[in-house]
Design a protein around this ligand. Structure first.
Ligand code: FES
Length: 113
C-alpha cells in the first residue's frame, strides 16, 4: 500500500485498491494502520467507513448488502450504506471516512494515523 501525505489537518491517505477492483453493489474490507476499513460501491459512488459495527464491533464486511441497506451479521442492525445513517436502530450510524480517487486509485483516510 502507498501512503500519501495529505494536508496537515488530515491524516495521511492510504491507497487500498483500484476503482475496477470493486463492482457496483459490492463491498470490501481493507486494513489500514491496523484498522478495518469498509469500502462500498453503490451507483458508481464509493463510500468508506470504519469497518467495525458501532454496536459491538463485528466486521461489517461479513454482513449483507442489499441495495443500499447494509445489515450487520451479528445482531442485524441496519445502516444506509450511502449515508452511513442508522436504519434500525435510527440512533446509530457508521463512522464515515474521507476518500479520494486519483488516477483510478482509491485512497482512504486511516483511522489510527
Ligand atoms: S455487532 Fe453489529 S449489530 Fe451487534
Amino acid at each position: 500500500m502507498e501512503t500519501v501525505t495529505g494536508p496537515s489537518h488530515r491524516p495521511p491517505l492510504v491507497e487500498v485498491c483500484r476503482v475496477e477492483d470493486i463492482w457496483d453493489g459490492e463491498m470490501a474490507s481493507f486494513r489500514v494502520h491496523d484498522f478495518a476499513i469498509l469500502l462500498v460501491r453503490l451507483g458508481g459512488q464509493f463510500h468508506a467507513y470504519d469497518g467495525r459495527c458501532p454496536h459491538q464491533g463485528a466486521a461489517l464486511v461479513e454482513g449483507e448488502l442489499s441495495g443500499a441497506v447494509l445489515t450487520c451479521h451479528a445482531h442485524h442492525w441496519q445502516f444506509d450504506a450511502v449515508t452511513g445513517a442508522g436504519i434500525n436502530p435510527r440512533k446509530s450510524c457508521l463512522k464515515r471516512l474521507h476518500l479520494e480517487i486519483v488516477e483510478g486509485k482509491i485512497r482512504i483516510e486511516g483511522l489510527g494515523g
